[in-house]
Write a protein that binds this ligand. Sequence first.
Ligand code: 13P
Ligand code: SF4
Length: 307
Amino acid sequence: MPIPRLNKEIREIAARKGAVILAHNYQLPEVQDVADFVGDSLELSIKAGETKAEIIIFCGVNFMAETAAIISPQKKVLIPDYTAGCPMANMINAENVRELKRQHPGAKVVCYVNSTAAVKAESDICCTSANAVKVVNSLKDTEEIIFIPDKNLGSYVQSKVPKKKFIIWEGFCPTHARILKDDIYRAKDKHSQAKVMVHPECRPEVIALADLVASTSGMSKFARETEAKEIIIGTEVGMLYRLQKENPDKNFYPASSQAICPNMKLTTLDKIFWSLQDLVYPVVVEEPIRSRAKMAIERMIALSKQD
Ligand code: 13P
Ligand code: SF4
């Protein structure tokens, strides 16, 4: 079926069933276009908690849909492709976290939302790339931070909060690891006037070359507000669609065209349609993990709503 027709059918069935469609900034262009709301991980968790809709179609990867299911167990959270995982989330498990806590009994565990529910359940507070520095700064009576699972976000936050001692897990995003510092040099040679925006999941040597380090929605805000007409983007390439759509008078260049997250591309319009039609695939997090993970997520959301 052609995209405009499928888009119309999806909107009709979503309205009939009272479903809201949430999509991450890395989703395919046609998926972003059919969604009610497109955002970064933090915004999507907040939306999932606030929506009045009974059904949430989550166009993203598993940990994001799981977060929505943890916050809103009374709602039906559906993921159009249940194989859409995040390799970084699988680089640590709950026993690894328990072992870290045994080794560092005075430390607080800050867990990037790119993690499983079982890992969140072992953590004190969650963070996303949009609020990680704020989350760590909020832990005023703690000197030691166990930061899991992303080593690049962890070392970036550590550079912003040098007074605390960090124990950082060695996880990473294979997609952002593809962006190399030579890619930034090459892009800057080609576009000498361009600003450089990168995601904190990038390698430290890439982050060191950036004018702005931000979450995907932080990038979108900067792109709207800056005077710059050209920007080099160091993150998953799906981000460029939204940036270009919102800023038609500006030019955006991917730092590397290799930075594609295959899991983010698994969601298609066909799968969204089937998901709505057959109410598949439900994402449910069992107790007691759900309640324990919820505490860590809610502490983060409460903090993000302050000021
Ligand atoms: P954001 O929260 O910045 O959208 O990042 C999510 C993600 O998975 C980045 O790879
Ligand atoms: Fe996970 Fe990286 Fe894909 Fe984000 S881009 S979902 S961190 S693999």
